[in-house]
Design a protein around this ligand. Structure first.
Ligand SMILES: Cc1cc2nc3c(=O)[nH]c(=O)nc-3n(C[C@H](O)[C@H](O)[C@H](O)COP(=O)(O)OP(=O)(O)OC[C@H]3O[C@@H](n4cnc5c(N)ncnc54)[C@H](O)[C@@H]3O)c2cc1C
Ligand SMILES: *[C@@H]1O[C@H](CO)[C@@H](O)[C@H](O)[C@H]1NC(C)=O
Ligand SMILES: *[C@@H]1O[C@H](CO)[C@@H](O)[C@H](O)[C@H]1NC(C)=O
Ligand SMILES: *[C@@H]1O[C@H](CO)[C@@H](O)[C@H](O)[C@H]1NC(C)=O
Ligand SMILES: *[C@@H]1O[C@H](CO)[C@@H](O)[C@H](O)[C@H]1NC(C)=O
Ligand SMILES: *[C@@H]1O[C@H](CO)[C@@H](O)[C@H](O)[C@H]1NC(C)=O
Ligand SMILES: *[C@@H]1O[C@H](CO)[C@@H](O)[C@H](O)[C@H]1NC(C)=O
Ligand SMILES: *[C@@H]1O[C@H](CO)[C@@H](O)[C@H](O)[C@H]1NC(C)=O
Ligand SMILES: *[C@@H]1O[C@H](CO)[C@@H](O)[C@H](O)[C@H]1NC(C)=O
Ligand SMILES: *[C@@H]1O[C@H](CO)[C@@H](O)[C@H](O)[C@H]1NC(C)=O
Ligand SMILES: *[C@@H]1O[C@H](CO)[C@@H](O)[C@H](O)[C@H]1NC(C)=O
Length: 769
């Protein structure tokens, strides 16, 4: 029972090595690992090291993982690459847990316990019905004693780790030091350990059980010498990049028109009907996932396994089918006239949004009573908000029945849910597109850049080299590319394609992987991509009222819901779980001293994400009003990338203009002036130890974010009236980034109307396929 991992005979190092490990981010924990998936048994082996240092001493530890299909009885890895005189790590599942140990062998016999290494299991270690997964920290693991001295993992150079695999159970599964028979298979792969290091801060976080923040910035860590024929990938009339609301509407309408369309999405499935399977135990036996159930919205922010967030964007962004609409609060407002006005930055030709909004609402009608029984649940907050606003001259309205009326108005929260479930563009536009022969959907595929010959785009470069042609998906003659990767994702693709401000393209040029993929500098196109970014500043006010059921701030909805509510929802998609947390919305217009009209929006919900108060209070009665500044905001920020090509705000867009802050302060002061008139109502955050002005002035800027980013490829600045990127022949953008100013309500309704209009213009534009 030996692991017959090869010894001196390692002829494979270097160019002959066909299989080379690279960087990947584990979706379960957001850790960047450097490793390899054995293509036969589909076991993933990864390592991640702290940074190399030039003074002091290099760290002697690393984190690693083995993720194995359940058919794997045990698996092992030798980071040093041989069986003898090397650290060997072996693991297997037993009774739902991972059993593991560090071993050492000096001869081709059973490896025995190794003293020295200290193993700690990290939180995403698990056994489920299809896989087992061991994620570990290995301390005192880089250098070890051998009979002839010491041996080390080559942390600063190229190595050839070995793996061993067996489908025969170990002799005593409960015993970490169990004996076992010789592995049934083994292999090697190349790994450039010099690239397998992460920042000290990331390592510190992950090695102590933290998650998230992982990025793949360096791409494959070594070039693979692949020989043999490369097939060329299928060409398309239209390549749509990104499966958010913009991309889904574009791809659906293009395929409906008979075009041959591929939609490329970097993430995986969301709703159950799209293949999604992520669900809490209480939904087992149904096809409902976390993403289907509206009442699970608040748990998006408290989940221990939030694989859906884009790990290379520093603000919340959904990287899965549906983009933001798979994970958002789904507050859904049909746009107002002002949302598409010339004043808001739209070309005059876009002012009449009516026909496009009508197309949208025909496919996806809004509802302010999403429960299938038509009843409203947990409505105490609506009642109190109405008592607060009515005396201030507000009137009650079904908001979407008169989208142009947004001054002194309140109404029930409206959503893009259908049949008591999350719908948005996924259960509508995607559903019809996927049924068409002319529509191809490719998920888990990252588009790195467009491939172009000067102003003419010829295809897109993806990270999937298995499709041939170096991962490039080509266009048919006269074909077009539509970028719909969102307000952060689209700018990044443009920068990586040599389109944007010089400082951003320079960062790409300096990147060892992305730099060489840029076109020649003579073909760069200088456009203000990323400028004029806008997002609603928002401030939370927390209240208590004895009639309110705070619903435990939604804390247990995923893991341990109230049984009757869960049962009712499973039965027929009715009840509390058929809506997201908001219950009431309101708007009021203000004139600023600069003469501009700005709107305040409020969203009221049971529960509160955080309370800061000196008052005693009953946590069962807390509720929140989020106050936003919407239409009329004059502040702008800037979105870009950093040296790691992570997309991030470069200049925050909130309160850059002090008049924006003045107006929001005025709105908040007016709102809270009525609190004492409502019996039983108390504002606990802020409390009486601070003023509203002080509260707003000291608000954590990161918490001002509303996740409503628009404007980074504004129409008229970066794209023309037909959504075509200025200076190109056949590149278009259809997503939130072209929207030049924030709409009056939460934006996905206006973004989808814009997508309907944008794709109609692209189809009507001569010269296409
Ligand atoms: C937490 C949160 C809550 C929100 N709540 C609301 C709300 O209640 N109401 C509302 O109206 N709006 C809300 N929003 C905003 C709304 O969801 C967004 O405005 C909207 O989704 C933007 O649409 P989009 O098509 O521009 O981009 P996105 O929805 O971001 O979609 C972009 C898609 O492109 C994919 N992609 C990105 N880069 C690449 C690449 N290189 N290759 C391939 N695919 C790529 C992404 O995975 C994603 O699927 C919320 C947003 C968030 C994050
Ligand atoms: C089990 O876990 C693995 C690894 O995280 C994951 O890929 C797989 O989808 C999970 N299976 C199920 C049924 O959830
Ligand atoms: C850390 O390791 C690297 C790679 O082996 C080496 O170049 C460097 O000198 C080491 N640093 C120290 C302080 O020993
Ligand atoms: C698919 O697209 C091709 C070429 O664009 C077109 O000729 C054909 O009619 C389309 N087929 C369908 C079913 O729409
Ligand atoms: C789940 O979906 C599958 C495939 O669409 C269907 O056959 C099955 O009946 C559904 N199950 C439930 C419980 O809805
Ligand atoms: C769904 O079930 C609940 C609880 O039994 C019931 O009150 C409600 O009327 C039902 N709704 C529909 C649409 O059948
Ligand atoms: C609020 O609730 C009270 C008591 O249930 C009720 O009398 C009142 O009409 C409600 N007010 C509004 C504005 O809904
Ligand atoms: C491409 O990137 C996506 C998203 O990061 C990832 O899920 C996928 O595994 C990658 N594909 C390849 C072939 O590396
Ligand atoms: C930014 O917006 C302002 C006001 O709408 C406009 O004048 C300016 O040209 C825009 N700049 C860019 C780079 O989009
Ligand atoms: C807090 O509120 C809950 C729900 O209204 C109520 O049952 C409970 O008695 C209150 N607790 C106190 C200490 O008042
Ligand atoms: C704030 O309110 C609390 C509770 O009503 C009261 O005891 C305290 O004196 C007040 N403090 C100030 C500074 O007004």
């Amino acid at each position: 029972m030996l692991l017959r991992l090869a010894l001196g005979a390692l002829p494979l190092i270097g160019s002959a090595l066909a299989q080379t490990g690279g960087a990947y981010v584990d979706p379960d924990n957001g850790i960047t690992f450097f490793g390899y998936q054995d293509p036969v048994h589909l076991v993933q082996y990864g390592f991640s090291f702290p940074p190399l240092v030039s003074t002091g001493s290099n760290s002697t530890e690393f984190i690693g993982e083995i993720v194995a299909p359940i058919a794997t009885s045990w698996a092992g890895v030798s980071p040093g690459g041989a069986m003898l005189n090397n650290l060997l790590l072996v693991a297997w599942p037993n009774a739902g847990k991972i059993v593991r140990s560090a071993r050492f062998a000096t001869d081709y016999v059973q490896p025995t316990a190794m003293t020295g290494p200290v193993l700690t299991d990290l939180p995403s270690t698990k056994v489920n019905s299809t896989h087992w997964k061991w994620v570990y920290r290995c301390q005192n693991c880089v250098t070890w004693a051998t009979a002839s001295g010491t041996s080390s993992i080559p942390i600063g150079g190229f190595g050839v780790p070995a793996w061993a695999w067996s489908n025969i159970a170990v002799d005593t599964p409960s015993d970490p030091q169990s004996t076992f028979q010789e592995h049934t298979d083994f292999g090697f792969y190349g790994l450039d350990y010099s690239q397998a290091h992460v920042s000290a801060a990331q390592y510190q976080l992950w090695s102590t059980g933290g998650t998230g923040g992982g990025t793949v910035t360096t791409g494959p860590t070594s070039t693979t010498t692949t020989t043999g024929p490369t097939q060329s990938a299928t060409p398309y009339d239209y390549i749509v990049v990104g499966g958010g609301p913009g991309g889904l509407i574009a791809a659906d309408r293009l395929s409906e028109a008979g075009k041959k369309v591929i939609l490329i999405e970097r993430g995986g499935p969301s709703l159950g009907f799209t293949g999604g399977t992520y669900q809490p135990t209480w939904l087992k036996g149904t096809n409902l996932t976390k993403f289907d159930v509206p009442g699970l919205f608040e748990s998006m922010f408290t989940d221990s396994n939030p694989f859906w967030w884009c790990k290379d964007v520093t603000v919340f962004a959904g990287c899965l089918l549906g983009g933001g609409t798979a994970i958002n609060g789904a507050l859904y407002w049909l746009p107002s006239y002002d949302d598409f006005s010339t004043k808001a930055g739209w070309p005059a030709a876009w002012n009449n949004h009516g026909p496009y909004t009508a197309k949208l609402s025909a496919r996806l009608p809004p509802t302010d009573a999403p429960s299938t029984d038509g009843k409203r649940y947990l409505e105490q907050v609506s009642n109190i908000t109405a008592q607060l606003l009515a005396p201030q001259g507000y009137s009650s309205l079904t908001i979407n029945s008169n989208p142009d009326y947004k001054d002194h108005v309140y109404g029930y929260s409206a959503f893009s849910f259908l049949n008591g479930k999350r719908a948005g563009p996924i259960a509508t536009y995607y559903k019809t597109a996927i049924a068409r022969k002319n529509f191809t959907y490719k998920q888990y595929t990252n588009v790195l850049n467009v491939v172009r010959n000067g102003p003419t785009i010829t295809g897109v470069k993806t990270n999937d080299t298995s499709i041939g042609g170096n991962g490039i998906i080509p266009l048919n003659p006269k074909g077009r590319v539509i970028l719909s990767a969102g307000s952060y994702g689209t700018p990044r693709i443009l920068f990586r394609s040599g389109i944007g401000p010089t400082d951003m393209i320079s960062l790409v040029q300096n990147d060892p992987v992305a730099g060489p993929l840029l076109p020649p500098a003579s073909q760069f196109i200088n456009l203000p991509v990323g400028y004029n970014a806008s997002d609603n500043p928002s401030i939370n006010l927390v209240f208590t009222h004895p009639s309110v059921d705070a619903y435990d701030n939604w804390a247990n909805v995923f893991t341990n819901p109230r049984p009757a509510d869960a049962a009712q929802y499973i039965k027929n998609q009715s009840g509390i779980f058929a809506a997201a947390s908001p219950r009431m919305n309101f708007w009021r217009a203000y004139s600023g001293r600069d003469g501009n009209v700005r709107y305040m929006q409020g969203t009221a919900r049971p529960g509160a994400a955080s309370v800061t108060t000196s008052y005693p209070y009953n946590a069962s009665n807390i509720w929140t009003i989020t106050v936003y500044l919407s239409t009329g905001i004059t502040s702008r920020g800037r979105v870009g990338i950093d040296a790691a090509l992570t997309a991030r705000p470069l200049v925050n867009p909130w309160f850059v203009d002090p008049i924006d802050k003045e107006v929001l302060l005025q709105g908040i002061n007016d709102l809270v002036a009525g609190v004492n008139n409502v019996p039983g109502l108390t504002m606990i955050t802020p409390d009486n130890t601070t003023t509203i002005t002080n509260y707003v002035n000291t608000y954590d800027p990161a918490n001002l974010n509303s996740n409503h980013w628009v404007g980074t490829c504004s129409i008229g600045q970066v794209v023309d009236v037909n959504t075509q990127v200025i200076g190109t022949n056949n590149l278009f953008v259809i997503d939130a980034s072209i929207v030049p100013s924030l709409p009056v309500g939460n934006p996905h309704g206006a973004i989808m109307s814009a997508a309907e209009q944008g794709v109609a213009r692209v189809l009507a534009l001569a010269g296409g396929p």
